[in-house]
Write a new protein. Sequence first.
Length: 219
Amino acid sequence: MLALLLIGLALAQAPEGLLPLVEQPGIQISWSEQARAGGAEGDAAALACRSFAEGLALCFTAPQDDARRMVTLQDLSTWQVDLAAVEASAMVGVAAGLDPQRPQVVQVEGDARSYLLSAEGDGLDQAGLFEPSTLQARFVGQAFAVGVPARGVLIAFPLGDRELETIVAVGIRRLWETVEEPITPKVYTWNSEAWVVWGQASPGGVSKPPSDPIVRPLD
């Protein structure tokens, strides 16, 4: 009986090597359509995702050969785990992307001001989204915002300088408009509990919610 119980506990554990991936919610529909076109059915054609923030979904990837693949509901059934267990396992992998020199400092062209950028494409560029305190430390307690215009890209910048806010927000939108795997032109800020929309660049300038979200220092 004890041996059976131990086997059950071993099975009810998500595998190592999982990573979180923030995507646009539409990926769940488009990915399922492609999977079904390739012959997948049922849970094998459905991604294991949850809502992450306004306009963003949190999905997961698993290693496969020398690449990575999306985690499906069929995987959860095979591993005998729920989505929370998959998320917990994926967050362990986030630690590998928390290098103090990442994201890298990028200077605005022709300007002394700068922003942060991570775009190495190794599946760890979004690490700061899941450990916002690491980004906060880079801005020494100053309010900041982030953009995820494309898969494998994270941009972060300080708030308070309207000109810099406009420069970076416009850059985020232009990147979103031109890449093959766009996510969102929206810019988000951390309110000590969740990522909330700060605003986004539009043809008429940088638009923001009717009232700026309350931004509080991280604990």
